[in-house]
Design a protein. Structure first.
Ligand code: SF4
Ligand code: SF4
Length: 425
């Protein structure tokens, strides 16, 4: 379908059409430069290219069709919000990307200037009426994972239908009890919103659906670790980003097809980068669409990214939910257990993240780790110091970078990344 055909739908969603046209223009150009220019991409990536080209078109139309059938749309910003519960009440869950500098000035009327770009972006997109996902949501679910978000949701709730889950900051028994209470409270809210009950049967099916997607992404992560790397880090980042808003069953099937192609490529000894290209792992803050700046800088400097220790990466896919529960209570417990394994920097202490970063760097045989934090992100900047110490002690070179969504520092980032790559090879 052409953009013209979607215009009526965008108008009905009350988007600022002129500003939205501008956004799509920039996004298309950015995508062309960063993705389509890559050589030797797999056929399976065409599916991702299509999904992205239709990100504000066909997928939004699907959401509107789902709404017309009485299904609700749930928007989220964090991997702590259990998608299984939304699926169990036949709702559609979408991750609200917040990876571009848009509506920044408007956002700064609601949150302080020294707020991370991700928070400013989701507020900016809303205030500037740019995001058809945000405008499609019946409920937007936030979580108390950092002070910036916590306070931003208070302001945001005056503009959007917000619900906030309290995520504990420790992993003690009382924290687990709090989390379970929050999961039950959220389940009740979803039931109220949709008029549907979460049954054991529906939840079991939802757990399987989400696990299947995690398994496909785990498989992809295993395959990309081959030498030479058969797929670029940019493409895997895109796959992870798309996993947040595409239909989970369709997405899983497509990624498994892509993995079949990767296996053939590995058997043929083909790679996207030369065998001796520096292997880099990214670690830290998540990168929402279209935040592709740093991966582009790294890979256009001759390295290949072979892993992301991030929520748009292995933190979201490493752990599965136990599928053996028979009763609703057992399944809820299994869900709580699985989500409490997330090693977000919001936890204190958070020793398991250090272990996970080190294990991942060693398993992937990386030449170096680049730690990424958004400016003004306290949790990841703090942990960056610890992670770097741990990696250095284990003989893995690492470098920390802080940046935002602007393009102003791209040359500076390139200089630093190139200098780092010189030292690791
Ligand atoms: S980094 Fe923490 S707050 Fe951000 S998405 Fe991941 S779990 Fe949520
Ligand atoms: S990037 Fe950091 S400061 Fe921003 S929302 Fe995430 S945890 Fe909070």
């Amino acid at each position: 379908m052409t953009q013209e055909a979607y215009r009526e739908m965008w108008e009905n969603l009350n988007l600022d059409i002129a500003a939205h046209d501008g956004l799509l223009g920039v996004l298309g150009k950015f995508y062309g430069d960063i993705y389509m220019s890559q050589k030797g991409r797999l056929q399976g990536m065409e599916y991702l290219d299509f999904v992205l080209s239709e990100v504000h078109g066909l997928r939004i139309k699907e959401l509107q069709d789902a709404k017309a059938q009485g299904r609700k749309i749930i928007g989220t910003f964090c991997v702590f919000v259990p998608e299984e519960l939304a699926l169990a009440v036949d709702a559609v869950q979408v991750g609200l990307c917040a990876g571009a500098d848009a509506g920044k000035e408007a956002a700064e009327t609601l949150v302080p200037r020294n707020t991370c770009a991700l928070i400013k972006s989701f507020i900016g997109f809303k205030l500037a009426r740019l995001c058809p996902y945000t405008e499609s949501c019946d409920l937007i679910v936030g979580e108390t994972t950092c002070d910036g978000k916590k306070k931003a949701y208070e302001a945001f709730s005056e503009h959007a239908p917000m619900y906030v889950m309290e995520v504990p900051q420790t992993k003690t028994e009382s924290a687990r009890a709090l989390w379970k209470a929050e999961v039950l409270r959220y389940m009740a809210r979803l039931e109220e919103l949709t008029g549907r009950k979460v049954t054991a049967e529906k939840l079991a099916e939802a757990i399987k659906t989400v696990n299947a997607r995690r398994r496909a992404l785990q498989r992809l992560n295993r395959l990309r670790a081959a030498v030479p790397a058969p797929i670029s880090g940019r493409d895997v980042l895109l796959i992870n980003q798309v996993s947040f808003y595409d239909d989970p069953i369709r997405f899983t099937a497509s990624i498994n097809t892509l993995c079949d192609q990767l296996e053939e490529r590995i058997t043929a000894g083909e790679g996207v980068a030369p065998k001796d290209a520096p292997r880099v792992m990214l670690s830290g803050c998540p990168m929402a669409v279209p935040n592709w700046k740093l991966p582009y800088v790294i890979e256009s400097s001759g390295a290949v990214i072979v892993g992301e220790e991030s929520c748009i990466g292995t933190r979201n896919t490493r752990d599965l939910t136990d599928e053996s529960g028979q009763t609703l209570e057992e399944m809820i417990d299994a869900l709580c257990e699985r989500y409490m394994k997330i090693d977000c920097a919001c936890f204190t202490p958070n020793a398991e993240r250090l272990d996970n970063v080190e294990t991942m760097a060693k398993d992937l045989k990386v030449d170096g780790v680049i730690q990424y934090a958004l400016m003004f992100c306290q949790p990841y900047a703090h942990e960056g110091i610890k992670v770097e110490k741990r990696l250095t002690a284990g003989g893995v070179p690492s470098m920390s970078l802080e940046t935002d969504y602007s393009m102003e520092d791209i040359e500076q980032l390139k200089t630093r990344v190139e200098a780092f790559l010189e030292t690791v090879k």
